[in-house]
Structure formats: C-alpha cells, structure tokens
Design a protein around this ligand. Sequence first.
Ligand code: PEP
Ligand code: MG
Length: 576
Amino acid sequence: MFSIKGIPAAPGIVIGKAYKIGREEFTVPRLEIKQEEIPLQIQLFEEALIQTRKEIIDLQKRIAADMGQEPAQIFDAHLLVLEDRMLIEEVISRLKKDRLNVAYIFSEVLKHYIEVFSKIEDEYLKERIVDINDVGKRILRNLLGKKRIGLEEISERVVVVAHDLSPSDTAAMHKKNVCGFVTDIGGKTSHTAIMAKSLEIPAVVGAESATQKIKAGDMVIVDGNTGLIILEPDEETLKLYQSESEKLRGITRKFLEQKDLPAVTKDGKAIEISANIELPEDVPAISVHGGQGIGLYRTEFFYMNRKGLPTEEEHYQAYKYVAEEMNPHSVIVRTIDLGGDKFLSQLEMPQEMSPFLGWRAIRFCLARPEIFKTQLRAILRASVHGKLKIMYPMVSGIEELQQANAILKDCKEELKREGKPFDDKIEVGAMIEVPSAAITADLLTAEADFFSIGTNDLIQYSLAVDRTNEKVAYLYDPAHPAVLRMIKSIIDAAHNAGIWVGMCGEMAGDPAFAMILLGLGLDEFSMPPQVIPQIKYIIRSVTIKEAKVFAQQALKLSTGKQVEEFSQAKLKQVLA
Ligand code: PEP
Ligand code: MG
C-alpha cells in the first residue's frame, strides 16, 4: 500500500479499479498531394469541421439536459474555435502553397497556434489553449477517421487515470461507469475540475506521477476532499474508506434534501447565505442549491473573451438581468478586480515583478477613472431593477475608499443631470483583503456600509504566500492563528461601528470553519453555490452560544494544525 498526493478537484471518496487512458498522440502522415487533389482535401477539411461541430452540439445538448446550462456553456468556446476564420484560412492557404495532405497541414497549424498562445502573458488566452487543443484533437480525429479509444469502451465501474483529461473527455464520462478520476496535471479551477464537480464525480488532479505509479487494474482509493490517492490499500484502510464513503454519500443527500430550510441557528439567529458568481449564467445554480442572494459577483470575467472593453449599456444589461433574477435578494457587484493573476490584453497592463502587489483592482480603477465610471454608472442604473450593492476590491486604506466614493458621487450627479433613475441609497462596501485594511478596519467603517472579507487574498498577503504557487501551498493556511485574529478584529470593528460584515473568500464555504466564523459573529457567508446546502445545515445544527465558546477556544490555539484538528473534530460531532 502507498499513497500519492494531488490537488483535490471534486469532493467525495471512491474506491475502484484503475482504468488507464493513454496520452492521445496522433501519428499524422505527411503526404504530398497533386494540384488537382486540393479541392478534395478542402472538402475533407470542411466535412471534418461540420462533423466536429455536430459532435460538440450533441455533447452540449446532452450535458445541458443532464446537468444544466452552466456546464454546457463551456463548449461555446469550442464552437468559437471552429468558426475561427484565421485558423481556417491559414489551413487552406498553406494547403494550396505546400501541397501536403490536410491532416498534416492542420496538425502543423494547430501546433503553431498553441505555441503562440503559450507565450502570451494573458491568463484568459492561456486558458484558451485547453479549448484549442481539445477541439483541434477532435478535428484531427475526424480528419484521420479515428475515435478516441478509451472512455466509450468502459463497461465496469472504474477510476479513470490519465495524464490529462479535456473538458469534453470529462463530459463523456457521464453515464459511463466512471466513479472517479485522477490526472497527472491540472489545477483546482480548470474547466475539467469544474466539470467533475458538476458531474459530482470525485476527482484529484495535479497528482504528478499518477500515470507512472498506477497500473491498469490496481485497486485505488480516490479522496477528492483531501487529494489523497491510495494504491492497493490493505484490508483495514479499505474498510475505513468504504465506511467513510458511504457516510459521505448519505450526508450529501441529507444536505440537499434540506437545502431550502432557512439558515437559522438553533437559538434563532438568522445568517445570510449567498453565492459567489463569475457570470450571469451562473445565476440558476444558486436556487438549485438553496442560496438566496449573491455576495460576490466577480465582474472582471465580463471583460474577458472579447476584443474591446464592454460598453456602459452591456454592463447595464448584465447587471439588470442579475438584479431582476435575484430580486428581492441582494446582489453585491464587485467592481473590476484586474491584475494579480487576471490580465486583459486590450488594457495593455504592464508586466510586473510582483503582480499581486502591483497595479490591480481599486488601484487600477482609480488610475483609469473612465473605465471605472463606465462600470459604476451601469451598476447605478441597474440598481432600480432589484437590490444591488457595490463593493470595491483590494482597498488598502481609507484614502482609496474616499477617492472611489468621490467618483461614485460624480457618477450619481451625472445620472441625476441626465434624468436617469438609480437607487440613491445603494449600499457601498469594501472588501477587506489587505492586512493594512484589516488592521485599520475601524477607520474604514466611516466610508463603508458593509465589509466583505476576502480571505483568498487576505491569507496570501498576511502569510506572505503567493496563492498561485504550488511550491508554497503548504503554508497557505486559513486556520493560521494570525488569520483568525485578523478576522476577529475586522468583525469587531465593523460591529462596533454598527455595520454588517460578510466573507466571500473560499474560507466562508469551508465546512471546517463555519462554526468558528459563526462564533466570531460573521453576518453573511458567500460561497460557490455547490457548498451552500452543507454550510446551511451546519448553521442550523448549532446555537450561537455554542459557536461563540468554540471560537474563543479556537482563538487560544497556537498553530493552524491545532485549529484545523479542533475544527474537524467539532464538525464531526455536529454532523454526527
Ligand atoms: C478573495 O480574495 O478572497 C476574493 C473573494 O476575491 P478573489 O478570489 O476574486 O481575489
Ligand atoms: Mg481578492
């Protein structure tokens, strides 16, 4: 028995036989063709494009029917690749010039595209490589008349082990007998991981040496909660995980059955549970999981996947839609948080040595007020269609908050002059995600109606751990006493000034910390929709009094490990 550690991508535990899928490498023949064969090669290419389009649309329909619109939309990007005129024209012009078979020309053009995209320092374009690769392979398969060997032929319940899986491979697993999967590469937020979560298939990605160490037919345990893969487990370990897995399944069912019960503690304190979204398309998933409002709408994704900047009208239509859909529940629109690990080619943001400490979020908005104002005006205009709130990211001190509010005031005056209606009393909040803001939270209350703690950044800045660097990931610890103390002081400062405080970092959706945060007095928890049922359940299972005592005890511990163990033990008790 031995184990491999990877990155947990989709929760749950599975035990099964490994089914290995080899890397899909095509051997594409290089054949010279005659001038008169060119039309036939072009026809072959067109047919392959049509066939690929049909396959993707079929897959998209199936996923939409089985899993809903959100995961199906991943394939919109694939369809766009098929319509890429530049790619198609390059293949045809090289075909005419080089007089080689179209499959070979296409594979060369594809390679070149991927090379060029890999060199561009733009997160969005980098992500597109996955899509281009995925669609490119489909087209090649169709040009060569091949099928991907593997997923279609699985006839018993297995754990798929692969170097990498594309989103469409993952989707193809649906209704097949795949009970879990492991990949050598990939990150927590890749489309493949998102898809695995939607399919509710436990998965571990980034398990570097998995395909070397696991043999076909090996018995493996995949723990999608911890990222641990255990090979050839002994009898005792097997039994332990079998019972754990059974328990987990039962618990998830129980949470979902009760998702619509209110998030009220046993002694009657109501807690706001809201969702984090990236795109308006994410809205339907909220009610499916029993969520009520939106605590973080990450609007920067709106600036991606497009050539120019969005206009005020485009912003307005998006916010109006979300406001109306969520009404009467509130929607906190976070103003653009670009920079850090999110860049836009059209904004010509400079490359920086330390982008997370650089020109990002509110700093960028204050320096480019015309871009900031377009968004603020749109939020204000959309505020008459529901209950919108505004939130600024990366605030480091009161001056930034004052400057942002002054620009907001200008926007309000402009709209008044133009006779355009808006909610003049719209709440304005600050994200607390920089240690200087956390320490001066009492001062910031003068300029904010609420706070939302962004633990994803707050932890990286407080502990000096780059949140995207897997080498120091072991130091990234939400349970660190410094983090807990900081959260406590932010909540106390907000309450002393009579304003409410939420949390929209991933920590708010981590069941292990729900009790501590509740006990520290957090008013609102905002998280990815899928975890809402469990957090609501935990809140309903305790009293505020009990949570307060628990939080006080946790604050006395001196290491993150102790806090984590203490919290896990309490969670087990609560969920028992
Ligand atoms: C955070 O930093 O906790 C947060 C919610 O914002 P983001 O993850 O978008 O930086
Ligand atoms: Mg942040």
